[in-house]
Structure formats: structure tokens, C-alpha cells
Write a protein that binds this ligand. Sequence first.
Ligand code: FAD
Length: 508
Amino acid sequence: MQRDGINRSIWQEVAAPKLSAPRDQEHVEVIIVGAGITGLTAALKLKEAGKSCVVMEANTIGFGTTGGTSAHINTVLDTPYTDIIEQHGLEGARAVLASTRKAISIIKENKDRYKIDCDFMSCLGFMYAENDEEKKELAEIKDALEQIGIPCSEVDEIPVPASFIYGIEFDEQGRFHPTKYLAGLANAYNSLGGQIREGTIVQQVKEENDVLFVKTADDVVFTSDFVLYATHTPPGIQLMNFRLAPYRSYIQVWELVRPIDFPEALVYDMQEPFHYFRTVEHGDKSYLLVGGQDHKTAHHDNEKKNFRELEAHIRSLYTVNKKIYEWSSQYYESQDSLPFIGYYPGKKHHRELLSTGYGGNGMIFGTLGGSMMADLVLHGKTDFQDIYSPSRVGPLSAMRDLLVENYDVAKHFVKDRLFLEEIDELAELSRGEGKILNYQGKRIGLFKDEKGELFAIDPVCRHAACIVKWNNTERSWDCPCHGARYAPDGSLLNGPSVAPLKVWQLER
Ligand SMILES: Cc1cc2nc3c(=O)[nH]c(=O)nc-3n(C[C@H](O)[C@H](O)[C@H](O)COP(=O)(O)OP(=O)(O)OC[C@H]3O[C@@H](n4cnc5c(N)ncnc54)[C@H](O)[C@@H]3O)c2cc1C
């Protein structure tokens, strides 16, 4: 499978599903945009109910973050339930827990019904604190978990060789192989007659007399009754741009010297940002997967440094043999810590739906979001509709965070335009490196590939005109404002942009 970064993830070693070719352009009941876990969960459920559907995927199945995840399956979320209770109340937090349990049951049902061999395993979860401050925070999290109905206990041992002063254990977690699961969903959907159009960027959707006109980047127009945005972040300039912030997280997979060290559980420390641990099976061997180093997209001078720091942390805990994979990927935090799932806000009709803002819990929320969007199409209602409503007004504390995130965006509009680095000598660019340069009075983004060939782009993001930044580890141009990403040659990697960067023609 392909992915939206140059570093290969362990999940890409799965053959892309062989699907029947999509039929000619025809009116369908539902167009699902995006073939990650959200889109394919929705598509399968709709097809099971007999709806005519097309999934439109800009690239290939699993190209987005589902191909770059760590695939922990959680009821205990990255956002602590202390925060969720504070922002959404006890009943809100209990509803969130119930929804995570429902998502896990959907994954299990799909896996069993369609016999998807995806290395699914139920397991325990552990969190551990290494100093007094972390201990206090973790003790509060434990109280919150118990309050909402997640049994947990203090432990003397944890399945990571770290020295800790306080640890907790809880049940009901799991892990799986995300692209094997995705391929299974795609095959099941396809065998029921569902169509998938890969290489199709949806650029614009317009409603007229209860019909949606869906225009693609190739200027083809399809029609449908409903459109579901399963694009991780909805495309285009829209309200959600102000409610989501893009983040990058880093993962390494290591061969360990002592098999006894593999954690048969999901484990998290309490550092800021925290590290996450799991075991992954690959071929006939087990490997350690560790992730962390999260930061706001394009807010880091040197992304490669994150891999070095992650490696140093892993080496401080484990006797390692060999690193077999490292990659990074992008997720979107919502302003009040819960995803947005439901009808597209601000539209007069109820024909466009979205699911986004999962933070680091998109296996769960993507599954839930796909299923909820399908329910809304099929029945006009769904469980958990209110708590995840995209039209909800966030609590005050969330509004404060929202202003901070968007102040940050405003800063990027202004600062990057006025204080760009000026470098005259193109020769300063090494092979494999990208940089924004002022050259002959023009601002250009330059990338020199391994053969020495130069690619020049206009670094103004095609989404909201922020200035993109070079990501030196995934080799992409990343937008610090809303997370649109582009390949070295300017072609589109991920939304919310729906167009490639403009390119400069270089005179030779
Ligand atoms: C490093 C990392 C680790 C993570 N670990 C975990 C974890 O352990 N557990 C967990 O639950 N979650 C985790 N997450 C989050 C989770 O992986 C994501 O939330 C989830 O994969 C998102 O799935 P999705 O289907 O919504 O989006 P994606 O998988 O990104 O799929 C969206 C698809 O839409 C397509 N698309 C976008 N725009 C258009 C358009 N205009 N037209 C057509 N197609 C379009 C894209 O090409 C893409 O293929 C992690 C995230 C990161 C970054």
C-alpha cells in the first residue's frame, strides 16, 4: 500500500486489495470521500443496508493516516477523562466511554462477519508516572476512570522496563493491524457491489433541488443524494478549519534482544508529550512499536531530530537489536477534545456529513464516525448524535484554546510572509533537502532530489494562503495553519487543500 510520506510504515507491507473497476458515471445514493478507516466503515455499513455507494479516494486505499497510525484500540483515550469530564460533564464522559465500547464492538463484528485476519488482540492498558507531578495527575485520571465506569487498579509492575513511582492498569483495550483490517473492509464492501474510485480528488460539492453535484479535480461531475466527508479533515475553506489543529507524531519499530521485554499490553507514560508502546507482529516475528514526540504540524525546525530523541528514549529503556521502521504521520485535534461527527454545520440541507477531529484515537472514532454517518443517512438519527454534533457550541475553556490556535494561524499568515529566509546560492541546497528561498526576487520552495534534479514550487498553500514549510523527514511541504501537505514536486498529499501547489518553471 502507498502512504502520504516518504518513510515506509510497517502497515504498508500489505498488498492493496484487488477491486472490481468502478462503473461508469451514474447517480448513486451516497458518495463517501476518503478510503481510510472512517470512509470504509461507513461504506460497508451503507452497502450492507443496500445503498448504492461510491467511495472517492484522492490517492489509494489507506494512503492517509490509517496507513501511518499505531493502531492502539482504546476506551481510555489520549485526552484524559479528567479533561472530558471538565469540558463535557460526567454524563458526557460516560457517553464517550459507551461510544468507544460500541466502536470496539463494531471492529470485532466486522472482523468476525467478514473473516478479516487483522491480528486483532484484546489486551490490558497501563499508564505510569515517573515523578510526583505525574503521579498526582495519574491518580486524578484513575479517579475519573472509576467515576465513569472503567475499573482500574494500582500496580507494582508494568510491562515496560521503566522505573516508575505509580502505575495503573485497566482492561478492555486492544490492538490490530490497521491496513489488513482496511483491506478486509474494502474487499467486503466491494463483494457487496460497492465501488471505489481511487485517484479521484473531490474538489467541490454543490446542492441543487435535493441533488448533490460532486466535482472532481478532473472536472468530472458526479451526482448523489448524500456526501460523507471521511477525509480526516474536511476539504476546502470551512468552519472546521477554526476548530481543528494539525499535529505530527513519530513512530519507530524495533527488534528487541530479549523477547521477554515485549509488552502484551498498551502502555503509556505521562511525559509531555507522552510515549506510547505496543507489540506488533510482522512476518513470524514480534517487534516493539514506540511512538511520541508529538508537535503541531510544521512547528518544528528539524523533524529528523524527533526520531533521534525517540530512539534515545527507547534505547534508555530497552536493549535493542535493530530498528526496522520509522515514520511519522498527522492527526487533528479538536478544540474541545471530542470529535465532530454528524451533519455538516451551516448547510441548509442534511445531505452532507462529516467525521473529523479524532486526535490520536481515530481507530475508535473513525469506526464510530463511519458508523454514525451511515446511521444518519439510513435512519436520520444515531446514538451519540448530540455529544459529537459538529454544530455544538464548545465550552468556554475550549473557546479560549480555539483563540490561541487561531492566533497561531494568524501569526503564520503574517510572519512567514515578512521574514522569510533569504538565501541566494542554490548550491547551498544538498541532495534530498528542501528549503524556501528568495531567488531573483521571487519566493520559491526548492527541493533537490537524490540525482540533483531541482523541483521548484510556489510555497503559498492552496488552501488558505499560509506559507508551507519543508518537512525534512517525510519530505513534504507542510502547512502550519491547517495541515495541508504537498509532495516535493507540489502535488497534493492531504487536505484540507484540494489543489496542488503552483510550480515555478526553472530555466536551465
Ligand atoms: C502517528 C499516529 C499514531 C496514531 N495512533 C493511533 C492509535 O494508536 N489509535 C488510534 O485510535 N488512532 C491513532 N491515530 C489516529 C488515527 O490513525 C487517525 O485518526 C485515523 O487513521 C484517521 O482515519 P480516517 O479514515 O478518518 O482518515 P485517513 O486515514 O487519513 O483517510 C482519509 C482519506 O481521505 C482521502 N482524501 C482526503 N481529501 C480528499 C478529497 N478531497 N478527495 C478524495 N479523497 C480525499 C485521503 O487521501 C485519505 O486516504 C494515530 C495518528 C498518528 C498520526
